[in-house]
Design a protein around this ligand. Structure first.
Ligand code: AMO
Length: 436
C-alpha cells in the first residue's frame, strides 16, 4: 500500500529566481538547446519550459567532458549561478555536473537552435513536433496563454460565470454552410460553430457568462485568416442596454489583455520583437459611414477583407487607432438572434471589431423576447420547431442581453504581426492539415 501525498514538484527556474541566487548552486532539468564553443570553454544554451538559459562548460570546473553533451538531449544539470550582464537573462550558470536523462533517436529535421527557424510555413507545419521547440515558435503560444489568462481574470473580477457548452449540437447556429455535419447515434448533429445560443440561455440564470472554447467552421476558405477549428473567447452580458455597453466591455477586454501581456509576458514580447498597440478608447463608425469613407454604394450589404484593410488604414490615419468598431450591419447578412435596429429594421444592433486590417471579433444586442424572436425566425424562413430548446428559454423570460465572440488566433496573429493565422495555431486544422 502506498499513500499519495498530493505534492506538486515545481522547480521552475525563472530569471528572478536565478538573479536572487547569484553565488549559489542551482540544479534543474532542461534540454540542451545549442552548444557554441569559445576558446577554452563552451556556451551550452539550455531550454526550460519557458526560457533559454546560458550555461558555461569549462573542463576545469565540470566533472564531465563536453563530448557527453549533444543538442537535443534532456539532462539534469547542476552549476553555480554567476552574474553575467552580457547574457540575455543577466546571469549564467557555470556547470559543475550534468546527468543524461534522455537522448534523441534521430537528427532534428529543422534548425531549432538558429535565431529564426528559416523555413517555409509548410515545412514548419510538416515538422510541427520539431518546429515548436524553436523559442520564437513556442513563444507565440505563451502569448495566446496570456490572452486567455487575462480574459479569464477580467471576467472573473466582473461577475461573469465561466461556462462550458456542448461541442456536439443539434443546430448549425451560424448557418448550415459553415457547419461540420456528423452522426450522433443515428441522429444528425453538427460540431459547434459558436456557443451562441447556449451562452444566451445561461443569461437567464447567471446574468453574465463567458467561455473559452473550440469552434468549428467547415467553410473551404484556405486563406491566411481562416481555420477550420479555432478558439473563441465569448462573453454574454445581461441587462445590456445597447451595443454601446457591449462595445465598452469589448474595449475593456482589449485594454486589459494588452496591459496584462506587457506585465506578465515581456520575455516573449521581446523575443518576438512585438509592439503592442496603445489603447485608451476605440473609435466606432456605422456600416453606412464606412461605405461612404470607402466610396462604395449603399447597395453593398457587407464588408469584404479588402474593405477591412482600407477602413483600418483610414482609422489609423484619421483617429490614430489600430482598432475600429463598425456597427449596424444590414440584417440580411447577420444571424437570426441579432436584434434589428429600432430606427431602421433593415439594419441590426451588431458590430465587428477590426484590428490592424482584420475582423477579430463580432457581437451585438440579442433579441430577448419570445414573440420578437419567433417573428424574426419566420421572416428569415427558419423552422422554429428545430429551435424549440432555445426558444423555450425566451418563453420563460430573459433580460435584455448582448455579447461578442473574439477569435483567439486572429487576435494573436495581429498582435504579433504574423502573416498567417496558422502560425498562431498550435496544431492548425485547415483543409490540408489533420495531423499532427
Ligand atoms: P463570428 O462568426 O463572426 O461570430 O465569429 C466571431 C469571431 O471568431 C473568429 N472566427 C474565426 N477565426 C478563424 N477562423 C475562422 N474560420 C473563424 N470564424 C470566426 C473571428 C470572428 O470575428 N456568435 C457570433 C459571436 C457573437 O455575436 O457573440 C459569432 O460566432 O475572429
Amino acid at each position: 500500500m502506498q499513500n499519495i501525498d498530493g505534492m506538486i514538484i515545481n522547480n521552475e527556474i525563472t530569471p528572478d529566481r536565478l538573479k536572487s541566487s547569484v553565488g549559489e548552486d542551482a540544479a534543474f532539468h532542461a534540454c540542451v538547446h545549442k552548444i557554441r564553443s569559445a576558446s577554452g570553454f563552451s556556451f551550452v544554451m539550455v531550454r526550460t519550459g519557458r526560457y533559454i538559459i546560458q550555461t558555461v562548460h569549462d573542463a576545469k570546473m565540470c566533472g564531465k567532458g563536453l563530448d557527453k553533451l549533444k543538442e537535443g538531449m534532456y539532462i539534469e544539470l547542476c552549476g553555480t549561478v554567476k552574474e553575467e550582464p552580457r547574457s540575455e537573462l543577466g546571469v549564467e550558470i557555470v556547470l559543475k555536473d550534468f546527468t543524461l536523462i534522455s537522448r534523441p533517436a534521430a537528427e532534428m529535421p529543422l534548425h531549432v537552435s538558429d535565431n529564426a527557424l528559416g523555413c517555409s510555413l509548410d515545412t514548419s507545419l510538416a515538422h510541427r513536433t520539431a518546429a515548436l521547440r524553436h523559442p520564437k515558435e513556442r513563444a507565440v503560444f505563451r502569448i495566446s496563454e496570456g490572452v486567455v489568462n487575462a480574459f479569464r481574470e477580467l471576467m472573473q473580477e466582473n461577475a461573469f460565470t465561466e461556462i462550458h457548452t456542448p461541442r456536439i449540437t443539434s443546430y448549425p447556429t451560424e448557418g448550415i454552410k459553415g457547419a461540420f455535419p456528423m452522426k450522433y447515434f443515428g441522429d444528425d448533429a453538427f460540431l459547434s460553430q459558436s456557443p451562441q445560443l447556449y451562452k444566451q440561455i445561461c443569461i437567464a440564470f447567471f446574468d453574465r457568462v463567458f467561455e473559452v472554447g473550440h469552434a468549428f467552421c467547415a467553410e473551404k476558405h484556405n486563406s491566411a485568416r481562416h481555420l477550420n477549428e479555432f478558439i473563441s473567447l465569448d462573453l454574454e452580458m445581461g441587462y445590456a442596454k445597447s451595443i454601446s455597453d457591449i462595445m465598452s466591455t469589448q474595449t475593456a477586454v482589449i485594454k486589459y489583455i494588452i496591459a496584462y501581456l506587457n506585465e506578465h509576458y515581456s520575455y516573449e514580447l521581446a523575443l518576438l520583437s512585438a509592439s503592442l498597440p496603445e489603447v485608451t478608447s476605440i473609435p466606432s463608425v456605422t456600416f453606412y459611414e464606412a461605405l461612404d469613407i470607402l466610396k462604395k454604394p449603399h447597395e453593398q450589404v457587407d464588408l469584404d477583407p479588402t474593405d477591412d484593410v482600407k477602413i483600418s488604414e483610414y482609422a489609423k490615419k484619421e483617429y490614430g487607432s489600430e482598432f475600429l468598431f463598425i456597427t449596424h450591419f444590414p440584417a440580411v447578412k447577420r444571424p437570426f438572434y441579432i436584434a434589428d435596429s429600432t430606427d431602421d429594421p433593415a439594419l441590426t444592433e451588431s458590430f465587428d471589431l477590426l484590428f490592424r486590417g482584420m475582423e477579430i471579433a463580432s457581437g451585438g444586442q440579442r433579441i430577448h423576447t419570445y414573440a420578437e424572436q419567433l417573428a424574426k425566425l419566420e421572416r428569415s424562413g427558419i423552422d422554429s420547431e428545430e429551435l424549440e430548446w432555445f426558444l423555450s428559454s425566451l418563453k420563460y423570460g430573459m433580460p435584455p442581453h448582448g455579447g461578442f465572440g473574439m477569435g483567439l488566433e486572429r487576435f494573436v496573429m495581429k498582435l504579433l504581426d504574423l502573416e498567417n493565422i496558422r502560425q498562431a495555431s498550435l496544431f492548425p486544422r485547415d483543409m490540408h492539415h489533420l495531423i499532427p
